[in-house]
Design a protein around this ligand. Structure first.
Ligand code: SF4
Length: 346
């Protein structure tokens, strides 16, 4: 069994809400509020949820781009939380981010050559970089004269290819892709998805793929984590999730995914209300104000993640009766190496 590339334990990222830059905090936004998971080498962990559920903050926390409030993030066995910027820097070349918006994430005053050279310069790897740049153009399907041009001369899809080229320039092991398709036309999205799949196959990349489109996430991912109000409420192999989702929130998300077969239409389940503010999440199960199956217990207690099958965990009391005993769970975890640990309640 190989060790996971990423191990996350009880991770919390809380942002202070202040009046003015120097004011005292008036409250805290619990963007990520106690999550646990592993990511195996070479797999794709999809992370889905509505806007504001904390998925982008989680992605940035993995790369130490936001201050961690509590918990542990291990990369290839090394603890990242608490490392000084000087000690994080050499690790950064091994883990990279693809941004959501290819229009905003590329400096309009830099040529593509400057954009793609920057990672080599930052990490003192300029020797031989020129050959690498031409190789990147080939791999990413960009025109040969792209290096001397500026971002505004490219289409949205090409700009995202440039963003991906920048992310993989230093041959990282982990790429966190934060909604890389959401700013693109549907026809272009398919090309970028195929490109990501090819790159993973050819370079052995590990992805954390963040998106709100469950269909794309299911297609790309080995496993999928569903987030709600800063927590993972369900974690399952992608195929299993589409057929056997257990959490009422996951089921509602799945019911909104269009089905191509008109003879088998899905009944869309519309959840009442909006997600509560992460500044004042409800007590008990955070989903209870919108859950059609909530009980009195759900208002009082927060469910842990119950392991219900290999690699499949659900934070819902409805799954409690099917939860595997700790011996079964740990033997399955030993088999897959990726079973989530229960998150701490409350
Ligand atoms: Fe719904 Fe209760 Fe399950 Fe939460 S624990 S998802 S409120 S049934």
């Amino acid at each position: 069994m190989t060790a996971p590339l990423i191990q996350v334990r009880d991770l919390k990222v809380h942002f202070p809400v202040r009046r003015g830059l120097l004011g005292r905090p008036r409250g805290w936004v619990r963007a990520v509020d106690g999550v646990d998971f592993d990511v195996a080498r070479g797999e794709t962990l999809g992370v889905v949820g509505e806007s504001g559920c904390g998925k982008s903050t989680l992605g940035r926390a993995l790369l130490q781009l936001v201050d961690i409030t509590h918990g542990s993030v291990r990369f290839d066995g090394q603890e990242l939380v608490g490392l000084s910027p000087r000690r994080v820097r050499p690790l950064r070349r091994r883990m990279q981010l693809v941004f959501q918006d290819p229009f905003a994430s590329l400096n309009p005053r830099m040529t593509v050559r400057d954009i793609l050279s920057e990672p080599f310069v930052i990490h003192g790897l300029s020797r031989g970089a020129e050959r690498e740049l031409h190789g990147l153009l080939d791999v990413l399907g960009l025109p040969k004269d792209a290096l001397e041009r500026f971002p505004h001369e490219f289409s949205g899809g090409q700009r995202q290819r440039i963003g991906i080229a920048r992310a993989i320039a230093l041959r990282p092991e982990l790429v966190v892709a934060d909604e890389p398709l959401s700013a693109l036309d549907v026809s272009i999205q398919a090309q970028i998805v195929n490109l990501l799949v090819e790159l993973q196959r050819d370079r052995g990349l590990t992805y954390v793929f963040i998106a709100h489109d469950l269909k794309v996430v299911e297609y790309l991912s080995t496993r999928v984590a569903v987030m709600y109000l800063g927590r993972i409420v369900e974690l399952a192999p992608a195929r299993r999730l589409s057929q056997g989702a257990r959490h009422p929130y996951t089921r509602a998300l799945l019911s909104a995914v269009p089905v191509p077969d008109p003879t088998h239409p899905r009944t869309r389940q519309v959840l009442p209300g909006e997600p509560p503010s992460p500044m004042s999440p409800p007590g008990g199960c955070a989903f209870h104000p919108r859950c059609p199956q909530a009980t009195e217990r759900c208002r009082r207690e927060s469910p842990p993640l119950y392991p219900v099958a290999s690699g499949h965990s659900v934070a819902c009391f409805l799954a409690e009766g099917d939860a595997l005993g700790s011996t079964q769970a740990s033997s399955l975890a030993g088999g897959s190496g990726v079973l989530a640990q229960p998150s701490s309640p409350g």
